[in-house]
Design a protein around this ligand. Sequence first.
Ligand code: PLP
Length: 492
Amino acid sequence: MTLPRDGRPADAVLADLEAMRTEDAPVHGGRVLAYVYDAGVPGLPEAGRAALASFGEVNALDPTVFPSVGRIENGLVGWALDLLNGPAGACGLVTSGGTESCVLAVLAARESWRRAGGAGQPVVLMPVTGHAAFAKAAHLLDMRLRTLPVDPVSMRVRVADVSAALAEEGAVVALVVVSAPSYAHGVVDPVGEVASLAAARGVPCHVDACIGGLVLPYLRRLGRDVPAFDLSVPGVRSLSADLHKYGYSPKGASLLLFSDAHYREGAFFAYSAWPGYPVVNTTLQSTKSAGPMAAAWTVAHVLGDDGMLAANRRAIDATDRIVAAVKALPGLRVVGPPDSTLVAIAADGDEGAGGVDPFVLADRMRARHWFIQPQPACGDLPRTVHLTVQPASLATVNEFIADMAEAAAACAGQPWAKVDPGLMAALADLDPATLDAETVAGLLALAGLVGDGPPGLPAESASVQALIEATPPDVRDRLLVGFFSLLFTADR
Ligand SMILES: Cc1ncc(COP(=O)(O)O)c(C=O)c1O
């Protein structure tokens, strides 16, 4: 972009900015079932945005200069510790999002492992259904990630597999991670058993409750059978719960809770051997906006405890109705069953045997202005579509179910999205290390991700999803990086 020589009136600039959102998916209204979390409460987004704007320039780097930061953060952490049964001495911090919370949880574990004399390359052990954020953490922190298979029916990690891996890896295991629930299938791992196995070997357990941490306690209050998953479970040393998910606040806020302050200190960083101000950071960011935490604090207070309960009741009611409806649709099945408000839907039967392709289903739903998220097959886990059901989904649930029924009927007997076997063989032969930018661009064009217009997914994306699924993971990661490299091409 080129800056205008003379500045322009703010109203006109803001109107241009708003105009850029015309192609964005709507963040409210319940038609987008991933990435967004709409409480469906009138006035709530406005309250959050007002706090975000008002605190946008407050620098949360230094709570001694901006004491409001400490008050807001300690308030949010205290609320979450009560909700998630933090024992005496438990503590926490506010981060910018789930990934930052996960990275800092892994950092705290690595530091604790080092303090205890750990030698060699430390290992993070988690089910294959654990979030990619932990792979990123291992990558950034020079640790090895070992993933464990899950039971292909329940989608939960098997306790015996954790036990065997702990024994096999021995003293290099610095952290065991479990999900409550997993993003892909919405099921809670056996937290109690895994944490106790880990504790017996002196290994801390992190519960990734980024997406369920602010839902499950309310589901329990609503009388649901929620397995023990929180800080009251012996062996659980840290837990992440995102405010910008089911805390219904604007993006940029998550909670990372710890069993004790000494363990938390591993996530902190201080450096004062330079001539500038002594730096002490509780998070990866240094200068950071207090806006997201102020917004989360505001949203929590505007909703109140009853409001959170009511919002989560709407979300789980909508989930129940969707689950019941999908179970009744020929050719589809609900994976799991889910433990909270996330639903994964797979084909019931193979191609030609009545099974509906989830990728084709997602396209059909897209044509009806619903976004449900395709998830590729992974080992022996089938391709699925993911639904993040939210309170606002209750108002649209009848329409959603009717559209799902029609879309599934239209997919019945239709061929599944797949890749030509010749192309698959060629993809399998590719070595990601030798892929140059030109080959990557050629492959992306072949996949339909880049063409004449700006890079992006075509409106009908089932064939692209199938291609992504068929490509070996290391090649696919290389191509995805190449795709984003093209997507983020400077406008100059
Ligand atoms: C279970 C889980 N962990 C971690 C994350 C990462 O969170 P974020 O996208 O806020 O970085 C997510 C995101 O959906 C998640 O569902």
